[in-house]
Write a protein that binds this ligand. Sequence first.
Ligand code: MN
Length: 250
Amino acid sequence: MTPSAALTTCHSLPRNPAGRDFVVGDIHGHFELVEDVMRQVAFDPQRDRMIAVGDLVDRGPNSHDVLAWLKQPWFFSVRGNHEQMILDHHVGTGEEARHRKNGGAWFHDSDQAVRRAIALRLGALPFALEVETAAGKVGVVHAEPPLLPGQHHWDDVVLNLSGGQGGDVQQLAQRQALYSRLRIQQRDVVPVQGVRSVYVGHTSVPEPMQLGNVVYLDTGCSWADGKLSAIELSSGMIITAEYEQLQSSW
Ligand SMILES: [Mn+2]
């Protein structure tokens, strides 16, 4: 395992007894919609935390704001496949044409120094996050929890991602964490043990939905009929913000 793999496998957030924790779906450059959600809940940056399921950038109008958001001590994120496309480009293995087609032109049209600063910061994003809450630990990954056939425990998610099961499993696990749609395609309701819930994005759904204890939060805010969804962890309350609503109020 390389040192960088160890650093980016899974980050842990301690309990936040003084404030609230929110998990927000794929932002895709629409940080103005996150601000809308925060206004709706009277988000308190001194106490509350906003945790993102990745795909912070591409498609929306404000992808460049990603560095400012990641500097905030109350904002956390796992890595999504759109962050990975930037990282792949940074190390020379990316496909620029494919990334441009998927909303990444802003990145390739940025100055080299900006591209480098963004890639360095995104490279520190973990593949998984675990958050301690009053009701138990929850997990966050971008697409789906990377588990091998027969595995059902969050500990295996972390072990697979860390390289503890070997490099081949680690590569597969990283790919699953960023891209998998297997569980939602198969309507797999087998819960992930060892965590209360796992929050994911990546696959757009009309409304937040739950399979077993895996909660899908990407409601496609960059699509015409989509919106940004967030959930407050202690109450399960869903908060949404829509692009069109903000535009029509200008
Ligand atoms: Mn994605």
